[in-house]
Design a protein around this ligand. Structure first.
Ligand SMILES: [Zn+2]
Length: 163
């Protein structure tokens, strides 16, 4: 994806207030992110690890989501699968909950998805990050197709948040 600036990311949030978007933690090392290999940028707030964020581009426009996630707990030994990139982790998948955009969100409505706890889906899909033995099911899909599927899954999640 195209590199995003801090300003672009802050103004792209669809499911939190403008004040929250102004204050929330955005990575300082945006310039060093491997944008070429990202379908979205995901990160956690280092001061509040249950807060996670992701920024992507939909139809050429930046879109960002604020999420609440459980920390990929070490006691969690069950294997579970990320619903975005379909990587299987032992203890590395979190339920990420996003308040819905607009009025529905203000009324407390939210949507959840199981996602890689470190939000590094694009890097797992490309084999740049390893989630261990058995993390990826043997598939006959090409990398291109897996990337497209990841983007489609993320798009479907964002659509639920903004619906
Ligand atoms: Zn994932």
């Amino acid at each position: 994806m195209k590199p995003l600036t801090e300003q672009e990311i802050r103004t792209a949030f669809v499911n939190c207030t403008k004040g929250e978007a102004k204050r929330l933690s955005v990575p300082r090392d945006l310039a060093e992110q491997p944008w070429d290999e990202l379908d979205f940028l995901g990160w956690r707030d280092p001061r509040a690890p249950d807060r996670a964020y992701l920024a992507t581009e939909l139809d050429g426009r930046p879109v960002a989501l604020a999420l609440r996630g459980t920390g990929g707990a070490s006691w969690q030994t069950r294997r579970s699968m990320c619903s975005i990139c379909l990587t299987t982790h032992t203890g590395g998948v979190s339920l990420m909950v996003a308040a819905k955009a607009g009025k529905a969100g203000q009324q407390g409505n939210s949507v959840g998805a199981y996602m890689c706890s470190d939000l590094a889906c694009p890097l797992y899909v490309r084999g740049r990050k390893d989630a261990g033995v058995g993390a990826r099911l043997p598939e006959s899909l090409t990398l291109e197709e897996k990337i497209r599927r990841t983007v489609a899954n993320l798009g479907a999640f964002i659509a639920k948040v903004t619906a």
